[in-house]
Design a protein around this ligand. Structure first.
Ligand code: ZN
Length: 426
């Protein structure tokens, strides 16, 4: 058996990867240069069919599980856990051409590179295309990876419905991608996800790639403020129970709590409803959402605690009742130090000094990190924008990232196998 030493890994073909990115961006292309490829749409099927063909061309078996997750399997040494390269091909409405697709197609480029140079990886390599990462059609997001890793029940995932009432499981069957449970991606030796940054850190630092330290914890709260609606004229200012005036202070408090920590700590009020919403009536009720993000659970808890305490103070001052309900939380995850080390070594081999950053957004890697050693690599996003047609990453950066991904994947794939072969050789 032959396998490469990571530092000597073959270079990828950037021109071929650029052409492949174009080829997939044409599926669901929007007039503004972006892509609409909603999960389990006809365009998603077309992209999946193309990926299946491309995977078979490089000697991979293509398997589909009961959640529609696809994987191309390049066989390595038997009896060793596989190394996964994973991301997603679905997009939001009028999204970009890089979010998700880059991670899958960089993985395809790696498989093509190995194939044309006749390099067998030590461990089996698996390229995974997760179903419905975006949650743009079927809420919530990341249901393919969540279902496969046990974060949520597969039957619950299959029962998700889009706005027109179409069931996820039925749509999988309709496009021909309802596979078998036994084909779910196995617990691997490691999982790597390459993704665009979707934020401005790398662009601001003028750096092509970054190693992701972890994915922030996110918690969502529902804040309900009950005051008293009354006439805007005769009611004296001093005796009002104005829910909106109190709400304005809560919004300000959320901003202050978000600003008190270093990034990626953040606090956002994204939804805001005023009742009754009439020009000459003092607002009697306000309901708003709060989104808190932090790299560790303690900070996240502290932010919620501060909000609750501040809300009580504000409520008392304005004679209104403020109810704060925490209704959804995704705990933060720190990526595996061993995988991060491999990414560092791969950066060094490519002559790149790594930048470290946190992901402020969720990714499938959040779920894989719960069941196997996982790491992520970010590519610079121009202007930090994503989920829009203007999303852009330069081929030069993508080429560096894919080379680093190749080196890291091969290094992980030779874990525990290198030594044995060296012994065989001597
Ligand atoms: Zn994505």
């Amino acid at each position: 058996m032959s396998f490469p030493i990571p530092g000597q890994a073959a270079g990828i073909d950037a021109g071929r990867l650029a052409a492949t990115l174009e080829e997939y961006a044409a599926i669901g292309a929007t007039p503004g240069g972006g892509v609409t490829r909603l999960a389990l749409s006809d365009d998603d099927r077309a992209a999946r069919d193309l990926l299946a063909r491309h995977l078979r061309e490089v000697g991979c078996d293509v398997l589909v599980d009961d959640l529609g997750n696809m994987r191309g399997v390049l066989q390595g040494a038997p009896g060793y856990a596989s190394v996964h390269i994973a991301s997603h091909l679905d997009t939001v409405v009028r999204g970009g051409r890089f979010d998700g697709a880059l991670g899958v197609l960089a993985g395809l480029e790696i498989l093509r590179t190995l194939h044309e140079r006749d390099i067998r990886p030590g461990r089996t390599l698996e390229l995974v295309n997760w179903t419905n990462e975006e949650g743009a059609r079927f809420e919530p997001a990341m249901t393919g990876s969540g279902g496969a890793t046990g974060a949520v029940a597969a039957s619950w995932v299959q029962d998700r419905r889009d706005r027109d009432g179409h069931r996820l499981g039925d749509e999988l069957a309709r496009i021909g991608y309802l596979g078998e449970q036994r084909h779910r991606p196995p617990i691997g030796h490691a999982c790597l996800e390459l993704h665009i940054e979707q934020g401005p850190v790398l662009d601001d630092l003028d750096r092509p790639i970054g190693i992701v330290e972890g994915i922030v914890g996110i918690t969502w709260l529902d804040v309900m403020i009950a005051g008293a609606a009354a006439h805007a004229g005769p009611t004296p200012m001093v005796s009002r129970r104005d829910a909106l005036v109190a709400a304005a202070e809560v919004v300000q408090a959320v901003r202050e709590i978000g600003t008190a920590g270093e990034p990626p700590v953040a606090g956002t009020v994204g939804r805001f409803e005023v009742q009754p919403g009439v020009v000459n009536v003092i607002p009697g009720a306000v309901r708003m959402s709060v989104d808190f993000r932090a790299p560790d659970e303690e900070t996240l808890h502290a932010m919620v605690k501060t909000l609750r305490r501040t809300a009580q103070e504000i409520g008392a001052r304005h004679s209104v009742d403020i109810d704060v309900q925490q209704f959804w939380t995704s705990l933060p995850v720190r990526f595996d130090p061993g995988v991060v080390e491999r990414l560092e070594a791969a950066c060094a081999a490519a002559g790149i000094e790594p930048v470290y950053l946190w992901s402020g957004a969720g990714h499938d890697a959040r779920h894989t990190a719960d069941v196997m050693p996982t790491g992520m690599l970010f590519v610079r996003s121009r202007g930090g924008v994503s989920h829009c047609e203007q999303e852009f990453s330069a081929m030069e950066d993508i080429s560096i990232a894919t080379t680093v991904l190749l080196h890291a994947a091969l290094a992980l794939a030779s874990d525990g196998i290198n030594d044995a072969t060296e012994e065989d050789a001597t």
